[in-house]
Each structure stands twice: as C-alpha cells, then as structure tokens.
Write a protein that binds this ligand. Structure first.
Ligand code: GCU
Length: 600
C-alpha cells in the first residue's frame, strides 16, 4: 500500500475513534499541560465533602447526580450536605481511622464559583489521584484517568456554568490485576486526591508543552520545541533568557509545533552550584516562565558523567511519605523535610521509589543540587501480556516525561523494578518501552532495576536480558538480610551480564527497630541496630570489588508504612529498613553510611 494510502487510512481510523468517543460522550483525561505553577490558576485545595462507599453502590445510586427528595414521600440515601470532609491534597487513609486500611471508593465533592470569560479556555488539573479517578461536572461525566502518580486534566470550557459549579470525583484505590502497580506491593496503598487540584484558565491557543535542554554532550547547544494547543496554531514563538541577553524566535507549524535550536554561554547546573535561569516561553497568545538548569548527563564506558565529569551516585531510596505523619507526602514542606535528610546523609542523588513523586520534591531537589531518579510503578508482578497494561505503561511514561522533562535534576528514568525475566512478554514490552522513552527524551539515562541475579559459592552472577536496553545496570540485592553471606564480603566475586556498563546497587540493607536492645545482637530475628549496621559494614566491603560500580542507594531513608510487615513487636505495619526511624532517629547504620559517603 502506498504511503499516501496509509496516511489516508490512518486519518480515517483516527476519525472513527474520535467520532466513537464523541458519541460515547466520554472524554478521556488529557495528558496535562506542564508548569502549572507558573499559570493563571485557582486552587481547589482545601476541604472537600466526601461519601465513603465501601460496597461501591454509589455507582448504582448515581451519586454524581446529587438527587434530592422531590416530594413529601421521596427520599435519597446519600448526600454530600452534612457529609464529613477530607483535606485535598492528601491521602484518605491517614485522615480517618475508618479509612486506615481502606482500599475502595470514596466520592469527593467540591463546589467552585466561576465566571466564564469569552475567548478563554478553562481546565481542571489534577496533580495525581490514586488510583482510578472518574470526574463529573454539574452531574455530567467528563472523563476518567487511571494511574496514581501522574497529572491529568480535563477541558471544561463548555461544561462550566456561570455561578456555582459542582465537581464530583470518584476515587477508587482498589488494586487491579492489570494495574500499575499490580496486586502486590510493599508500601501502603494511600488512596485519594493526593496532590494539588487547580482550575487553569488559558488563551484559546495556549502553550501546552515545551522542551528546552542542552543536547547530549554539548555545554552550549540547546535543541527543543514548543507545542501550542488551540485553533490558531501557526504563530511566532519566542524564548527569552534575560540573564544571558538571549532571545530566540521560531515559527510553529499547523500542528502547533515549533522547533528550537540555539546556543548560550550557560553556567551549568551542578551539585555544587545548582544554577537555574529564568526562561520565558512566549507565543503570540500565551506566555509562561520557567526556571531551567542546563546540564549534561551521560555514560562514558562504565562511568556516569555530569557535565563531563565522573560522578559517583551517592543515592538514597525515598518513598513519598511524611514519616512523622504516616501519610502520603505532597507538599513543599514534606519535600524539604525528606531532602534535608538526604543531604544530611551526604547524598547527591535521591531514588524516588517506586512511582513518580509530586512536583514539589523534584523542584526542591533541583534547587538543592540533588540529582533525581524517577521511576514508573512497573513493580514486580505485572501482567505484561495484557495489551491494556502495555498501553497503560506507555501513557504513564508519557505523562511522567512530559511533566518533568524540563527538570534538569531528573537524570535517570527507571522504567521497572524487580520484574521477572520469565514473565510472558515482559522483556519485549519493556524493551519497547525503553525505545519509546529514548525517543521521547534523549537527554537522560534509562535503567531497569532487577533482582534476577544468582548468588552461589560467594559468587554473584547478574543475568537479565533487559540489561541490553539499559544505560545503567541497576541491581537490588539484600545479601546479609534476605540471603546470608556465603563467605567474606570482600571476596564476593561479581560476574556481569553486560561487563561494559555502569553498575548501580539500587537497594541493599536490612531491618532494625530503633533503640531495640532485646534479643541477640548477631541474630536477624532480633531486629537489632547492630545487626543492620553489620550488614552495611559488610556491604561496603563488598562494594570495593564490584566492577564498574557507578553508585549505590541504601534501602532506605526512613522506616515507612507497609501493611505486609506484620511483626507485632518489631514492625507493627512498618518496613524497618530505614536508616532513620519514622521519628527521624538515626540508627547505627546511618553513621556507617554517612562516613562512606563523606569519604567518597
Ligand atoms: C524490594 C523492593 C522494595 C521492598 C524491598 C524490601 O527490593 O524493591 O520495594 O520494599 O525489597 O523487601 O524491603
């Protein structure tokens, strides 16, 4: 078939899909516009009325219609009026005792007043909702979004009315066999509207997305683009960096895409000097400001380079949890709290596990000069042979990259954690995902984390076909905790699947209950700090013999909530592998790790 015929067929196919969607009157969430913080927005954060729906009957009752009794003999068995409220942003598990372990449906409602403005567009933007969000405006479904950790939006220009509007969100954090993550994961499944919600007004044609960063290997050459959304897509666009006296213009095409290519004498963003420039991104009908750092990150042989200099990744694993509250972290204050502890440990990188974290922590890390590893919740048991899962991974990747592509501090995209070589379609699906990631973003490194290694006769063999596609080989290993040492740590021999690539130990460690002095200090089952510290001492000895070691990340910074950790004395619903207790108390191993990083 000729190319022309193929394109015609493709447009016919797209037309058919669109008409089906219009007929079905269901709009799927749009991939969100970026840099919300810099836009004209009205925050919908605050108290939202909620209806707890553990049986899921709210769907049958059509709660979003908010029916009222119509006569003296009529009645309705639900109401947002007089209902309890929950704070948004925030998980619902930590806000109500009856919701602590809840995995199901909570209906949220917020009223907002609005005066539609001619020639302006209006969007409702969610930073994240875990896990499934179905959104209704004034009793009408406007769409749904799946995925608990990436932003999404709906255009409500047509649906909004003058005066009071009712926004209802059905939030369902039930686990799905074909979800991302799937049914099993080692963290508390915080549900709710867990990040900021904003009403955003834009011009009829607005700047929905852009990419501005140095090309790999250059200190001064920027290639990027600006994407306009709206009816008047062919415009002159402009980039200005006042501090450099830089102004660059380009024309967007009929798809609204303008290519950028310019040079600048940038002071590079670095760990010592996390320099960012105010960049204004303008079109004829819209303009927004961003703070962009310019840097290079690449692999050279078995080393990772930042701005051409070898950097050893002194990492730490961090879950998105405020340990003092035992709640989902979502705020700038939460971010600073967690990152300050990473700095105190002399880290230069944070591995944000196992899902994209909120924008505040990315932004604060960038300001503090902490590199960020961002990760998809493609975690352990995933239904890779389900085509729905493959498209969910694809969409989530696009949402993650679109949101943070201009955040120079994000240096590594991690596309999976501990999936298994033998799972049907796993390697093919993840190889494809890696390819898509590289196409979407050529300025960062890509990795997959595995634990599919073998440890026999004190020899550690790393085998996984996935490594062929990754820039960095990332390994979780818990020698000394889940598997006893088979000989001296300094004598462990490492055999690599891909000898030339950098190796990153993305998780290691063991559990200890802070301050526990009961039980024998040399027995794992005592949950003693001394035992945990000895694991660290041994691991650090072993690290000296790992070829191509480009960095490490202890598991993990704080003890954190995970309901599968059920020991009634030592765990109480917490994974105790933290270097810090959930009260911020330093365990003995913390000091061992701090010394190691200080010397590195
Ligand atoms: C795994 C996994 C973590 C988990 C950790 C543990 O490697 O990646 O999510 O919490 O081990 O067992 O504590």
């Amino acid at each position: 078939m000729s190319e022309k015929k193929e394109i015609t067929l493709l447009y016919k196919w797209i037309g058919m899909i669109l008409s089906m969607l219009l007929v079905a009157d269901i709009t799927y969430a749009q991939t969100a516009m970026i840099n919300v913080a810099s836009r004209k927005a009205i925050s919908l954060n605050g108290e939202w009325n909620v209806i707890l729906d553990p049986t899921g009957i709210g769907e049958w009752r059509q709660i979003w219609l908010e029916n009222k009794a119509k006569s003296k003999t009529d009645f309705v068995e639900y109401s947002f009026e007089g209902s309890p409220t929950l704070k948004v942003p925030g998980d619902f598990n930590s806000q109500m005792p009856e919701l602590t372990y809840f995995e199901g449906v909570v209906w949220y409602k917020k009223e907002f007043s609005c005066t539609p403005v001619k020639n302006k567009r209006l969007f409702i933007h969610f930073g994240a909702v875990n896990y499934l969000a179905t959104v209704y405006l004034n009793g009408k479904k406007i769409g749904s979004h799946e995925g608990g950790f990436t932003p999404f939006q709906f255009e409500i220009t047509e649906g909004v009315r003058s005066g009071i509007n009712a926004l209802v969100v059905k939030v369902d954090n039930k686990r799905l066999q074909n979800g991302l993550p799937g049914l099993g994961y080692d963290w508390l499944n915080y549900g709710g509207i867990t990040r900021d919600v904003n009403l955003i007004q834009t011009a009829t044609t607005y700047i929905e997305d852009y990419s501005i960063q140095l090309i790999k290997g250059s200190r001064k050459e920027v290639k990027g683009w600006i994407k306009l959304n709206g009816v008047n897509r062919e415009q002159t666009v402009k980039i200005q960096i006042p501090e450099l006296g830089l102004a660059y213009s380009a024309k967007s095409d009929r798809m609204g895409l303008a290519k950028l290519h310019f040079t600048g004498a940038f002071k590079l963003w670095s760990l010592e000097n996390p320099k960012r420039y105010r960049v204004s991104v303008e079109s004829e009908t819209d303009s927004i400001n961003d703070e962009i750092g310019f840097r290079n990150v690449e692999v050279a042989g078995s080393r990772v380079l930042l701005n051409g200099k070898v950097v050893f990744l002194k990492g730490i694993n961090i879950h998105e949890e405020n340990p003092y509250k035992g709640a989902r972290a979502f705020s700038k204050e939460d971010a600073i709290l967690l990152l300050n502890q990473a700095k105190a440990l002399c880290c230069n990188m944070v591995r944000l596990v196992h899902y994209p974290h909120n924008e505040h922590i990315i932004n604060e890390a960038e300001k503090m000069g902490l590199m960020v590893w961002s990760e998809l919740p493609v975690y352990q048991h995933i239904e890779f042979s389900d085509t729905a899962v493959v498209s969910k991974m694809d969409l989530m990747l696009k949402e993650m990259i679109r949101r943070d592509r201009n955040r120079c501090t994000v240096v590594i995209w991690s596309l999976s954690n501990e999936t298994y070589d033998g799972t049907p379609n796993r390697t093919k699906a993840l190889a494809t995902l890696t390819q898509v990631c590289r196409q979407l973003d050529s300025t960062r490194l890509i990795t997959h984390v595995t634990n599919s290694q073998s440890y026999n006769n004190n020899s550690f063999k790393v085998v996984d076909s996935l490594y062929k596609y990754a820039d960095i080989i990332s390994i979780n290993e818990y020698i000394g905790w889940y598997m006893p040492w088979q000989g001296k740590p300094e004598n462990v021999s490492w055999k690599m699947a891909f000898p030339g690539k950098p190796v990153f130990i993305s998780e290691f460690g063991g559990e200890a209950l802070f301050g526990n002095v009961s039980g024998a200090a040399d027995e794992a089952a005592s949950w003693r700090e001394e035992y945990q510290q000895q694991i660290y001492i041994n691991q650090l000895k072993m690290f000296n013999n790992i070829p191509n070691l480009c960095g490490v990340a202890p598991w993990l910074l704080f003890d954190y909530r995970s309901l599968g950790r059920m020991h009634p004395v030592y765990q109480k619903g917490y994974n105790r592998k933290g270097l810090l207790s959930e009260k911020g108390e330093k365990k003995l191993a913390w000091y061992t790790m701090e010394q190691y990083y200080k010397r590195k």
